[in-house]
Design a protein. Structure first.
Length: 255
């Protein structure tokens, strides 16, 4: 599968997931109409579907305009049938979808919203705003317990899984991560790479799951350094995974 990244809005990413054998493609999280349609034409592909990870407008805002000009199926979680424009294919955990000859699997990963899903094609994971490169989404609708369970599900994927998330937030996420785990050498090295990429105007997405496990504080609830730093700030904090995750999320919200 070939992945085409499309910068949208201020810091969003949409994607074209293209079956190289057939030319069929899916549009992932189109927040805008015209840039997506222009890229479809440039790539000379046959767009068949829209894959929405969740209902937020910065991931679905292009649906209506695209559907006015193209006849596409629209996928999204079954609980968001009233919130995702044009949805025709409600999905849930474990469902299989196809793009040309490529087969994808649906993961139900609530937390950021109650109806959030991810799509996995081979090693390509489209995870919207649940897992960011070096971060995770805010808990707008779900609970810390839900989000932790969702992140555990993604963390269990193979190390070479490529994380295609919804936003270019990596540098700011790493700045925050360094406040919690300044002794993490791999984290510091990643920050150097990311700063160089951003200064050169390059995207920092995707990253591998291995890199996320090593440097993303929202996947490092077992880190001794993170727990020690949290305990210094919150002496009565329980250091179970949910409490660690929830506290890290609260600190990021204020960062």
């Amino acid at each position: 599968m070939r992945i085409v990244q499309i910068p949208l809005l201020r810091d969003n990413y949409g994607y074209l997931a293209v079956c190289e054998e057939t030319g069929a493609a899916a549009v992932v999280d189109p927040s805008e109409t015209d840039p997506v349609l222009e890229r479809i034409d440039q790539e000379k592909i046959d767009a068949k579907a829209i894959l929405n990870t969740h209902h937020h407008r910065d991931h679905t805002g292009g649906n209506a305009g695209i559907l006015e000009r193209r006849k596409l199926d629209v996928y999204g979680h079954k609980s968001d049938a009233q919130r995702i424009p044009g949805i025709t294919r409600p999905v849930d955990e474990g469902d299989e979808i196809t793009v040309g000859k490529e087969r994808g699997r649906v993961f139900f990963i609530p937390g950021h919203t109650t109806g959030h899903v991810a799509y996995l094609f081979g090693k390509n994971l489209f995870c919207g705003d649940t897992l960011f490169t070096a971060g995770c989404g805010r808990l707008f609708e779900g609970t810390a317990e839900q989000m932790l369970d969702s992140l555990k599900k993604l963390k269990a994927l193979p190390a070479d899984t490529l994380v295609y998330c919804g936003h270019e937030y990596t540098e700011n996420n790493l700045k925050f991560a360094l406040t919690l785990e300044p002794g993490n050498r791999k984290l510091a090295q990643r920050m150097e790479r990311v700063r160089a990429a951003r200064e050169a105007g390059r995207s920092t997405v995707p990253a591998t799951m291995a890199e996320e496990i090593e440097t993303n504080p929202f996947l490092r609830w077992d880190s001794a350094e993170i727990k020690d730093n949290l305990r210094k700030r919150f002496p009565d904090l329980s250091l179970n995974p949910v409490s660690v995750f929830a506290t890290v999320r609260q600190l990021k919200d204020q960062f």
